[in-house]
Design a protein around this ligand. Structure first.
Ligand code: SAM
Length: 267
């Protein structure tokens, strides 16, 4: 990616907006303005962003320390700041991050520098096979296909066909015993809520439209993956979030689960 795009401060960018909402510094004035508009519409959004990001720390610990995975492939990673997977995963864990946004990838590489066993590639989750088939990734994997996938904070940006395609490809590619930490983002939110509709418009104007769906629709699309015995867990419960921070309006917009549900999917 050229230097040009990293200094393209003319258009707001979903990844940099998320960084701003998390309190980061990898963003421009135009991102901060778009983020402030989102917060005016849905004041819970910064808390929702932090909550979403905190879950990654639990996921990193659960996948490595409890479930024994030493290889994690994370799609739509955003910026690998010090609250991301590789910070929590024990030394020796291989983490392959990716994002489709070249600006995010450029910043991510700056952040990671030469962190051992941690990689960052540009890749589109809608075609997950492209990351898995890259020569550099094949070199890292050395034929290993029992892996833990993660896709967090992104599924609302995928169409139904995309979700079904990702599930099929990851299911076919991976060996038995693999796992997928999946965030059913926005599931059960109210698609007709005026604030949600306006937020969707803002993302659409940025070229990142969002798609609402209910949890049972997600479940159908995710075949052959199924949640483990813990099922789908509201993100509010996932991290022991203090639910009192949600107002009635937040609840109406974001649905009973807050910002969706997470699950460890198995085949
Ligand atoms: C809300 S952030 C989530 C980051 C991180 N996974 C987390 O949960 O904190 C969404 C990220 O997904 C990326 N993204 C959106 N659609 C994508 C796609 N089709 N393929 C890869 N990355 C995508 C964006 O560039 C952005 O960095």
């Amino acid at each position: 990616m050229s230097e040009e795009s990293i200094i393209d401060a003319s258009k707001p960018n979903a990844g940099r907006i998320y960084d701003y909402l998390l309190g980061g510094h990898h963003n421009f004035e135009v991102d901060r303005q778009a983020a402030d508009r989102l917060v005016q519409l849905l004041p819970f959004i910064p808390k929702a962003a932090r909550l979403q990001r905190w879950c990654l720390q639990d996921i990193a610990a659960e996948l490595t320390q409890k479930r024994g995975y030493d290889l994690i492939i994370d799609y739509a990673s955003g910026l690998p700041t010090n609250d991301h997977i590789h910070y929590i995963a024990p030394e020796g864990t291989t983490v392959i991050y990716s994002d489709y946004d070249p600006v995010v990838v450029e910043y991510a590489k700056e952040i990671l520098k030469d962190t051992p066993n941690v990689y960052y590639f540009q890749a589109d989750l809608r075609r997950p096979e492209e990351l898995l088939n890259r020569d550099e990734v094949k070199d890292i994997l050395k034929g290993r296909r029992k892996v833990a996938f993660v896709s967090w904070g992104v599924s609302a940006f995928l169409t139904d066909n995309d979700v079904a395609h990702v599930a099929e490809v990851l299911g076919d590619w991976s060996d038995a015993g693999s796992c997928w930490a999946f965030h059913a983002q926005g599931a059960d939110a109210n698609p007709n809520d005026p604030a949600n509709m306006r937020v969707n418009q803002i993302y659409q104007q940025m070229g990142s439209p969002t798609y609402f769906r209910f949890l049972d629709q997600y479940e159908k699309l995710l075949q052959p993956w199924k949640p483990d015995e813990n099922g789908y867990i509201s993100l509010l419960k996932w991290h022991g979030f203090d639910e009192s921070v949600m107002t009635e309006d937040d609840r109406k917009s974001l649905g009973p689960a807050g910002i969706g549900y997470g699950s460890y999917l198995i085949k």
